[in-house]
Ligand binder design. Sequence first.
Ligand code: NAG
Ligand code: NAG
Length: 200
Amino acid sequence: MFAQSIVAALVALPFLAQSVLAADCQRTYVAKQGDTCDSISAANNASTYQLRVNNINTINQACTNIEIGQTVCLGNNDDKDCKSTYVVVGGDSCDAVASRHGLNSTMFNLNNPQLNSDCDNLYIGEVVCVLGTPTVPELPSGSPVPAATVPAGATPAVSITSAAASTSSAASSTISSAAPTITVAADEDDDEDLPFCDEL
Ligand SMILES: *[C@@H]1O[C@H](CO)[C@@H](O)[C@H](O)[C@H]1NC(C)=O
Ligand SMILES: *[C@@H]1O[C@H](CO)[C@@H](O)[C@H](O)[C@H]1NC(C)=O
């Protein structure tokens, strides 16, 4: 009898946690077969980051543990619930997405804090907040930043062409900044080796 009620309490615990979460949460969604974190985000206008933070204790980093029938929190408080979202496509960059929505990069990064400064972790299918006011849920202290890496099987948004272009522009700027040093060295060489050069 005693043992049985302990078992019942242990079984009830996850459901209790879930219903507390659902009660706190202003926008919820019940997971269906075939859902992924980003499909839920895209269909319900809740950014990838926001969805993860709002379910930080129930959804794992790779988002592989959502169960059919599970209540997912989409948005919590109005001032932390970004309902203006955009689904990333191939070739998007943070700057391009931000400017297309009339946002500066400060605002864009504030509402999408998982994106790194190079924006090379933006991926196709990622759902970003494109609101012009700070509207982002707080990450509980000690929690790793969710969705900070391109998920397995996802494709970075920056195309190979533009990645190659930025590599070659980085290479050319390295060459041009190195050029003055080379010129100086050549001048010194010229002065010292002038007779030798003449001989040649
Ligand atoms: C999501 O936002 C788009 C425009 O940004 C809008 O057309 C759509 O109705 C919204 N969907 C929901 C579920 O709010
Ligand atoms: C970015 O945009 C926000 C909202 O429009 C504005 O408050 C802020 O001053 C801007 N920041 C910069 C660096 O322009």
